[in-house]
Design a protein around this ligand. Structure first.
Ligand code: NI
Length: 196
């Protein structure tokens, strides 16, 4: 066997390993999505309640939601989406995991930007949504300490999206009529051929 052949075998093995890793990530993503409430679940339309105390239960929930967000390959996840009606969400702030308990927007820019937005509760739907380019958001961290974040896009978009979830608002409510119609058509359960 020549060196050249060796290299080929090596490439093949590497490619197979990469492919297997991709499949595993995909499988993990599907499992994670199955644990996230999906469109049609009435809980997604409910208003979450203020968190009274940031205790160990809350911290466990935050850990579970952070893991789930990563496994689902998302950039944000609200408690509502795991069926817990409490005002908190986790998000990825340019790669850094953050949590906000009882979040409130205290400042928002006049400037806005329209961009495609997806949601872990709406699977493959992407719709254009207009959001403030910059926001100041205040709340508590996982230790119950006050935090104040000044965020720009894309983080401003993410926190506004997650905050909406805590009020039962979805991107479908924030997009234009045509995009909403198209999204709803995709979300409608497809008839199973042959089933009568
Ligand atoms: Ni969402």
């Amino acid at each position: 066997m020549s060196d050249h052949d060796h290299e080929h075998v090596h490439d093949d093995e590497e490619r197979r390993a990469e492919h297997e890793q991709e499949l595993e990530l995909q499988a993990r993503r599907m499992l994670a999505l199955a644990r996230i409430r999906q469109y049609g679940d009435p809980v997604l339309r409910m208003k979450a309640r203020v968190v009274e105390t940031v205790d160990d239960d809350v911290r466990r929930l935050v850990q579970r939601m952070t893991d789930l967000m990563h496994e689902a390959q998302g950039v944000g996840l609200a408690a509502t989406q795991v069926g817990v009606l409490r005002r908190l969400f986790v998000f990825s702030d340019e790669g850094e995991d953050r949590v906000l308990v009882n979040p409130v927007i205290t400042k928002r820019s006049e400037a806005t930007e329209v961009d495609e937005e997806g949601c872990l509760s709406l699977r493959d739907v992407l719709v254009p949504v207009e959001r403030a380019s910059a926001v100041t958001i205040e709340g508590l961290d996982a230790n119950g300490e006050p935090v104040k974040l000044e965020l720009e896009l894309p983080s401003s978009r993410i926190v506004l999206h997650e905050l909406d979830h805590l009020d039962g608002v979805l991107i479908l409510d924030r997009t234009d009529d045509q995009s909403r119609r198209e999204a709803l058509a995709r979300l409608r359960p497809q008839p199973v051929l042959g089933a009568r």
